[in-house]
Write a protein that binds this ligand. Sequence first.
Ligand code: FE
Length: 206
Amino acid sequence: MRRKEMTMDSKVMRRLSYGLYVLTAKDKDSDNGCIINTAMQVTSGPDRISITVNKQNRTHDMVRASGKFNVSMISREASFDLFKTFGFQSGKNVNKFETFKDCDRAANGVLYISGQTNGFLSGSVIREIDLGTHTLFIADVTDGKVLSESPSVTYEYYQKNIKPAPEKKKTGYVCRICGYIYEGEPLPEDFICPWCRHGAADFEKL
Ligand code: FE
């Protein structure tokens, strides 16, 4: 039998459904958080979740070092500002909690996001797997709280209802992940999105 060359449409990967969450962690003297779309329950009894975090995020290093984190589930009441605060800047350059006050400290000592979210979970890492660009953490759920009845935001809902539409008539490339626009031609192959840290493969021509 002749095998066809693999010509997978990369768009098919976007048929997977994701939620959006603020992952928070801390070190000795500071707090940080970032947006992730990779949190899920992996077992119940005991309740365990997994998260996957880009190694370039400062929060990643904090989770690795402390073994503790919170995941706050973003609700449909969230504004684009929440995504800008936690998704489009790096904790390596700014203190994201300097001006952001919709937060509280959970029993594990880590902040969680108390507004624009509908709940949070505290995780205690029991295993980590190196995935190259990311680390997969598996954690026991040690605490959690329902914060509102507003439905959770999915990645699709964010793209359709929260993310501002890209401006028309610009030439360049738009980041499919966060909406950042690179103006110019061509897009450098090694380009990294300054907002969400995804690479050139996640950009499409305007
Ligand atoms: Fe981006």
